[in-house]
Design a protein around this ligand. Structure first.
Ligand code: BGC
Length: 536
């Protein structure tokens, strides 16, 4: 086992101070990566259309048979863009909680009036659900209180007498039979609640508890939960509200690539088993499905591409085997994968004990660092980012003065290993291999989903819009472009293979990724608006 940071420091100090003959000498530099090193990570790139086909087949089966994937929702239509009203939105994700008061004006217009966003403290993820929800209720109180403080007396009186209608986006799997009902299913992303919980009751109980403690000076309104939905669905609804499908385009799917990953699509009811078909409500041809495409049923097409690093990451996960796809593409895991690859490849040239502590610590490497390094203009900039992150005390500005005082950890004669230009270049290549694989797999999975609802076989002349939310697609440099490029590669190959028809004009078939900014917040209120108007 690697020695602790503390033992490193104390060893090195005593060694460097005591003996000239034990003077620090440089560690072996890490040799540049060879082609073979990243072969396993790059393997999927050779056959993205084949992987998409394999996803399509597995998704058809999951839609028919899985009880934890391709979950039916009570939503049978997309918004018209004419929904109106003032709603409270709650968006509980894997990393952040967002609360906002939003006005929908119709005509695809809206205004976010008051909003708040908070990182979810780690201890809430592993404690009792009730404790997390009490904190959520407090944050609702903060935003509603601020809204009431900002608006005129008429609106304030109206809210306090009539209450506020709430739309909820929840970024986890749920079993739903109505818009305002949701039973929590097993959750990923580090959340370890063990019981199946009724989401509306958790929220109501926590908010009632908050109301019981408010004073007349700061009154809060009653809340009425109109709708609850998954974030993939909110993404599609928000984009459909804002850029309603036109003569030339169709918004047909929503995907999330953030901390976690997921997708939704409108699916013909005829493709679903009776158990998943709606039992009440208006007759309809299609419903929105929450695919939960990251969960274990999605594993078979990934199996040929699983590396030893993926296996290692899965074993250290809170729920091994639960979300194999998410572990290859989710923002929670990209940095961890890069860490595992670096640790493995670098430690074949440098003793592990010499490597930076953060590189040895599970989840010690943020995905944000990979994103920054990939965005850096050259290896010099990448090097300084890596030095700042892994070794802030001895990074670029201070490294020359401290280099001689950091000495051995094991054996007493090796200088602590330091980042240099070749190792920064290797890091950048490893990171690019991990993120490009993720982009390729998300592209393949997206086209696979579009196969489930025959979207690419019908509406041949229209450009297909896949709406997205999530930091990986929104912020990771060129991730969206890489993903879109792979999607087009699949579509073009499928046209050549005769799997999907070409356009009548000979124009290129197009599938485009469209950002649904604030999808969780906007989608939550759009659905609330649809429910209020009885148009779902
Ligand atoms: C959850 C999904 C969610 C996705 C993106 C996954 O871990 O299971 O319900 O939509 O993350 O947030």
């Amino acid at each position: 086992m690697a020695p602790s940071a503390a033992s490193n420091v104390s060893n090195s100090t005593s060694t460097s101070n005591t003996s000239k003959t034990n003077a620090a000498k440089p560690t072996t530099p890490i040799p540049p990566l060879e082609a073979g090193h990243l072969e396993r990570l790059e393997a999927p790139l050779a056959d993205v259309p084949g992987i998409a086909r394999a996803f399509e087949v597995i998704y058809h089966n999951l839609a028919l048979t899985a009880s934890d994937q391709f979950l039916p929702t009570p939503i049978r239509a997309l918004p018209t863009g004419e929904e109106k009203g003032r709603f409270l939105a709650l968006d509980l994700g894997g990393t952040n909680l967002r609360v906002a008061v939003v006005w929908l004006y119709g005509g695809s217009r809206l205004k976010v009036c008051t909003r708040g966003s908070w990182g979810i403290p780690q201890h809430f993820k592993t404690g009792a659900a009730e404790v997390l929800f009490r904190w959520v209720a407090d944050r609702i109180g903060d935003v509603v209180g601020e809204y009431l403080g900002d608006v005129g007396s008429e609106e304030r009186e109206r809210v306090l007498s009539e209450g506020m209608e709430l739309g909820v986006t929840f970024s986890f799997p749920m079993e739903q039979t109505a818009h305002d009902s949701a039973l929590l299913m097993p959750m990923g992303k580090g959340f370890t609640f063990t019981t199946t919980n009724d989401l509306p009751s958790l929220l109501k109980t926590a908010y009632d508890d908050l109301l019981s403690t408010t004073t007349p000076a700061y009154p809060l309104p009653k809340l009425d939960i109109l709708s609850i939905t998954n974030d993939s669905i909110s993404t599609l609804l928000s984009a459909a509200y804002l850029h309603h499908s036109t003569e030339d385009t169709r918004a047909v799917a929503g995907i999330i690539a953030g901390t976690g990953t997921n997708a939704t699509c409108l699916c013909p009811v005829s493709k679903l088993p009776v158990l998943k078909q709606p039992t009440s409500g208006p007759n309809t041809d299609a419903i929105l499905l929450n695919t939960e495409w990251s969960i274990r049923g999605t594993a078979p097409p990934l199996k040929p591409y699983i590396t030893t690093w993926d296996v290692q990451l899965d074993l250290e996960n809170e729920k091994p085997g639960f979300q194999p796809f998410e572990e290859m593409v989710g923002g929670r895991y990209l940095g961890e994968l890069v860490r595992l690859v670096c640790l493995d490849l670098f430690s074949s040239s440098v003793p592990k004990s010499q490597l930076p502590e953060k590189m040895k610590l599970p989840y010690g490497l943020d995905t944000k660092l990979c994103s920054d390094v990939e965005a850096s203009v050259n290896d010099d900039e990448a090097l300084s980012l890596l030095q700042d992150y892994f070794d802030p005390d001895t990074s670029s500005s201070t490294s020359s003065s401290t280099a001689t005082t950091t000495a051995a950890t094991t054996g007493g004669d090796l200088e602590e290993w330091k980042w240099d230009l070749p190792s920064a270049a290797s890091f950048r290549r490893i990171s690019a291999a991990v993120s490009t694989r993720a982009a390729a797999l998300i592209a393949a999975a997206t086209i696979g989903v579009l196969g489930v609802n025959d979207e690419l076989k019908c509406h041949v002349e229209k450009e297909v819009l896949v709406c997205y939310t999530g930091t990986v697609l929104e912020q990771y440099p060129t991730f969206r472009e890489r993903c879109e490029g792979f999607m087009m590669e699949v579509v073009e190959r499928w046209v050549v293979e005769g799997r999907i028809p070409p356009t009548s004009s000979g124009k290129r078939r197009a599938v485009r990724l469209v950002e649904a900014k604030d999808g969780g917040i906007v989608g939550a209120v759009v659905l609330a608006g649809m429910v209020k108007e009885g148009r779902t």
